[in-house]
Design a binder for this molecule. Structure first.
Ligand SMILES: *[C@@H]1O[C@H](CO)[C@@H](O)[C@H](O)[C@H]1NC(C)=O
Ligand SMILES: *[C@@H]1O[C@H](CO)[C@@H](O)[C@H](O)[C@H]1NC(C)=O
Ligand SMILES: *[C@@H]1O[C@H](CO)[C@@H](O)[C@H](O)[C@H]1NC(C)=O
Ligand SMILES: *[C@@H]1O[C@H](CO)[C@@H](O)[C@H](O)[C@H]1NC(C)=O
Ligand SMILES: *[C@@H]1O[C@H](CO)[C@@H](O)[C@H](O)[C@H]1NC(C)=O
Ligand SMILES: *[C@@H]1O[C@H](CO)[C@@H](O)[C@H](O)[C@H]1NC(C)=O
Ligand SMILES: *[C@@H]1O[C@H](CO)[C@@H](O)[C@H](O)[C@H]1NC(C)=O
Ligand SMILES: *[C@@H]1O[C@H](CO)[C@@H](O)[C@H](O)[C@H]1NC(C)=O
Ligand SMILES: *[C@@H]1O[C@H](CO)[C@@H](O)[C@H](O)[C@H]1NC(C)=O
Ligand SMILES: *[C@@H]1O[C@H](CO)[C@@H](O)[C@H](O)[C@H]1NC(C)=O
Length: 441
């Protein structure tokens, strides 16, 4: 008994720094708390008159009597974040995400920090921190704040960085080509800023990338770098709505793991490269709202996993390939406002997954096929402004999933299926400028 007490006493005496440091962690946390405005109950365990209770405060985790993790995600906190936060020098995990913090924030000296998430707040100013002293950082997430100025060049120092999210802010200027040297990156999100200039081809060196987001409210010059064809591990490539022009590089056909390709709402022209038919993992393909020309290449037949095929508002022509009716998972087929001719594939809808079909404003002829609603999943059916004739198939009158139907401006005749009146979810029907008879009730 006695020796043990002595030992404990000695160990306290010879390691004063560990207890001092927990006290300094305590003081740093008290400063933080003083900067917060919060509904009191949230941090009620943060008893500032009891320094030794620090390790049991909500959001705090200790290891060897030091604070190593601070997780205040989604706690409804307001106010500012004291610079004293950088005194928590043993932190490996820090999340302040999903609160309403405002003002600037600076994180320095946290050499053991591996995970930093301050996303979804109202932080402003810049993030030009001294990254060279945070060499262990693997995750830096500042998504959706009010940061401005140029993208921080210093993040290139972060040799272990896997995840970098700077999107959803007000960053301006160009993407630094040096970002192509953060070779460990698996996730890069720069979308939703005010970036401009050319997308640097150097990003094509980031061959570990699995997700790349550069779209939305950025206004780049030039086109998609062909070097992106080197990003063979990409699963998601989202370059939507950022003023890209030129052609879709055929090199994108190398991205064998791609599941989602979003290039919609740009100024892309030229044909859909046949090499996209090599993307056999593709589930979502959205090239809508561009200036693409030519036909849907026959190679698209290989994209058997497609759930979304969206090509609307281009200047494509030719026929709608029959093989789309054999895509077993196809849920959305949106080809409106092009110049497609020929007939609607007869077996479309037989896969039983179709939820949304919009082929309006084309030059389609022939009749509306039966079985579009073969498994009662079809919610939206829009075929208006074509040259369709014949009658509305009877089975649409039993399509209980239908919410919205527009078949106007065609040459349809015969009577409106009686069942239409009883479709429980039907919210909007437009059949004008046809030769139909019968009422909708
Ligand atoms: C805070 O800690 C002090 C000192 O240990 C204690 O007297 C007090 O009851 C605690 N307050 C709460 C609300 O737990
Ligand atoms: C953040 O503040 C806005 C108003 O400034 C408020 O509408 C919103 O609910 C707040 N969110 C949180 C998570 O506190
Ligand atoms: C950061 O926190 C947000 C919650 O606000 C969460 O959605 C996001 O996934 C987190 N980021 C990382 C990299 O875990
Ligand atoms: C960071 O470390 C340097 C050198 O130890 C020190 O001078 C500086 O005050 C520290 N900054 C903060 C915010 O703790
Ligand atoms: C963020 O910036 C926008 C636009 O500059 C401004 O309207 C908004 O009030 C700012 N929010 C905060 C929390 O500072
Ligand atoms: C950044 O941190 C490193 C390592 O702690 C230090 O050597 C350097 O002086 C710091 N740079 C600035 C500009 O403070
Ligand atoms: C990175 O990409 C650029 C341009 O695409 C190339 O010239 C350079 O050699 C690449 N650097 C490395 C280290 O691979
Ligand atoms: C990619 O697609 C093209 C054209 O469709 C084809 O000729 C080529 O063999 C494909 N390459 C690979 C590696 O599959
Ligand atoms: C369809 O073709 C006509 C000429 O035949 C052209 O004027 C029109 O712009 C084209 N529309 C679309 C959406 O491609
Ligand atoms: C509908 O029009 C077709 C020709 O387009 C005609 O053969 C058919 O008899 C018409 N049906 C009815 C019910 O008017």
């Amino acid at each position: 008994m006695v020796p043990l007490m002595v030992l404990t006493l000695v160990s306290i005496l010879i390691t004063p720094s560990s207890s001092t440091s927990l006290v300094s962690d305590f003081h740093a946390l008290v400063s933080l708390r003083n900067g917060f405005q919060f509904p009191k109950p949230m941090l009620s365990t943060w008893n500032v008159s009891n320094p030794s209770s620090v390790c049991s405060w909500i959001g705090v985790q200790c290891f060897r009597r030091r604070v190593v993790s601070l997780d205040l995600t989604d706690m409804d906190l307001d106010g500012s974040v004291s610079p004293e936060i950088s005194k928590l020098d043993r932190l490996t995990y820090l999340s302040l995400a999903g609160n309403n913090f405002t003002g600037g924030i600076e994180i320095v000296n946290l050499s053991e920090l591996r995970f930093l998430n301050i996303s979804n707040n109202g932080f402003g100013g810049n993030v030009e921190w001294n990254y060279s002293c945070m060499g262990n950082l693997e995750v830096l997430d500042v998504y959706y704040n009010n940061f401005s100025g140029f993208l921080p060049a210093g993040v290139v120092e972060l040799k272990k960085l896997r995840y970098l999210a700077l999107g959803g802010n007000y960053f301006v200027g160009e993407i630094p080509p040096s970002y192509g040297r953060i070779l460990g990156l698996e996730y890069l999100q720069l979308g939703g800023n005010n970036l401009e200039g050319k997308i640097p081809g150097e990003l094509g060196n980031l061959t570990n990338l699995r997700e790349l987001y550069l779209g939305y409210s950025n206004a780049f010059e030039g086109g998609i770098p062909p070097e992106f064809g080197n990003l063979v591990n990409l699963v998601i490539l989202d370059l939507a709505s950022c003023e890209l022009d030129g052609q879709i590089p055929p090199e994108l056909g190398n991205l064998k793991s791609l599941d989602t390709l979003y290039l919609f709402r740009n100024l892309l022209s030229g044909p859909i490269p046949k090499q996209l038919g090599n993307l056999t993992s593709l589930v979502n393909l959205d090239l809508s709202e561009n200036a693409l020309t030519g036909e849907i290449p026959p190679d698209v037949v290989n994209l058997k996993k497609l759930r979304l095929l969206s090509l609307f508002k281009n200047t494509l022509h030719g026929s709608i390939p029959d093989y789309v009716s054999e895509f077993p998972d196809l849920e959305t087929l949106s080809l409106w406002h092009n110049n497609f001719t020929g007939v609607i594939p007869e077996n479309l809808g037989q896969n039983g997954k179709l939820q949304m079909l919009d082929l309006s404003s084309n030059k389609l002829t022939g009749t509306i096929p039966r079985n579009l609603c073969s498994s009662n999943q079809l919610k939206i059916l829009i075929l208006m402004k074509n040259f369709l004739f014949g009658s509305i198939p009877e089975d649409l009158g039993r399509c209980y999933s239908l919410v919205r139907v527009r078949l106007g401006d065609n040459y349809l005749n015969g009577s409106i299926p009686e069942g239409f009146i009883y479709l429980p979810k039907l919210d909007f029907v437009e059949l004008r400028n046809n030769y139909l008879t019968g009422a909708l009730g």
